[in-house]
Write a protein that binds this ligand. Structure first.
Ligand SMILES: Nc1ncnc2c1ncn2[C@@H]1O[C@H](COP(=O)(O)OP(=O)(O)OP(=O)(O)O)[C@@H](O)[C@H]1O
Ligand SMILES: [Mg+2]
Length: 335
């Protein structure tokens, strides 16, 4: 072994180039919570996942949507190393998906699960923290049960838990080991409306703390309320992806008007595609809307002698857009 000036570790530690590299690396923004590219999976002749690529930034809440059998759960299992893809790559928190150091910082609520029925809720959390190798004090584990509304059931065996209570415990398990990324496969399918609202608040507080969330749910309204971005899967492929603003695009404006003459009608139609029913007029505004569009329209209408009773902004819902995309393809229904 040589003992030249750059060969030993001591020499490397003092190497100005290496110091620069370390400083540069430390200054780099953290790697995305999830990055995957070209994921494919076939089960016999059936293609479950076909060239799926997307990412989830740190502190971002991303919704994975799509009909039954679209491949959502398979994608999630590939990300977590539970299903081996036929092709594609996964990085979790900047490390290969199968690296245990990455997995230890990821919380996961599976779609279908059963905990050992003879354990109490508190014991399930203790066991999980031990398996994850993350020492979490008993007080913090208790707080986690309280967060999902199970504080008074901590000492009860999970064999006697209702479906919704099992799902709440599953959420606690996903959250207890201080994850940097939380992956939830239908977290609220068994929850009552109050429980769903609690989960919504919980997701928003995770985002505030910089925890990234990948969430799969059929409750589109819920996804629309909490997600920064959505990825829509259809028959294993990404049918559409983007922020809610990008996906929902066109906004509508609803006006209740009286004394609308021909010139006023022309003015309304100039603002966007016009429909009307009785005294309600709906204008589809273009996606990149000028902030002056609405006030200018109202001033002009009044100038044309129109009586303006109401002006309401509206937006097509994510559910409508999702149905559009699934029925007619990504470009479909774009107004
Ligand atoms: N272990 C398996 N063996 C064979 N086929 C499978 C397996 N797992 C999934 N599939 C198939 O892969 C496709 C995608 O299934 P997946 O569970 O990912 O759908 P999903 O989008 O999660 O649906 P859902 O909304 O019903 O949960 C389906 O056609 C399913 O039958
Ligand atoms: Mg599923």
């Amino acid at each position: 072994m040589t003992t030249g000036p750059v060969a030993g570790p001591a020499a490397v530690a003092g190497d100005p180039d290496r110091d620069d590299t370390d400083r540069l690396l430390a200054e780099l923004p953290p790697a995305p919570a999830v990055w995957c590219s070209g994921l494919r999976k076939r089960y016999r002749r059936r293609t479950a996942v076909d060239d799926v690529s997307f990412s989830v930034g740190r502190g971002e809440v991303v919704g994975l949507l799509g009909p039954n059998g679209a491949g959502k759960t398979t994608v999630i299992k590939i990300l977590l190393g539970l299903v081996r893809p036929d092709a594609g790559e996964v990085l979790l928190l900047g490390r290969p998906g199968r690296d245990p150091r990455a997995r230890a910082r990821v919380g996961y609520l599976p779609e279908l699960f059963r905990y050992q029925p003879w354990l109490t809720a508190a014991e399930v959390l203790t066991l999980h923290c031990r398996l994850a190798g993350v020492p979490v004090p008993a007080r913090e584990r208790g707080e986690c049960l309280a967060l999902v509304g199970l504080a008074d059931r901590a000492g009860d065996r999970v064999g006697g838990f209702s479906k919704g209570m099992q799902q709440r415990l599953g959420l606690a398990v996903a959250l207890v080991a201080r994850p940097e990324l939380v992956v939830l496969d239908e977290p609220t399918s068994a929850l009552d409306p109050l429980g769903r609202a609690d989960v919504r608040d919980l997701l928003l507080s995770l985002r505030e703390r910089g925890v990234a969330v990948l969430l799969n749910s059929h409750l589109i309204g819920e996804v629309e309320r909490v997600c920064d971005r959505v990825v829509i899967l259809d028959r294993g492929r990404v049918a559409a992806a983007g922020t809610l603003a990008e996906l929902l695009g066109a906004r509508e404006l609803r006006l209740r008007l009286g004394a609308v003459g021909d010139r006023a009608r022309q003015r309304l139609a100039a603002a966007g595609r016009l429909t009307h029913s009785g005294d309600w007029y709906t204008v589809m505004l273009p996606p990149e809307e000028d902030p002056a569009t609405v006030p200018d329209l109202v001033v002009d209408l009044i100038g044309l002698g129109v009586r303006v009773h109401a002006v309401e902004p509206g937006r097509i819902s994510l559910e409508e857009r999702l149905l559009d995309i699934l029925r007619t393809g990504p470009g479909g229904g774009q107004r």
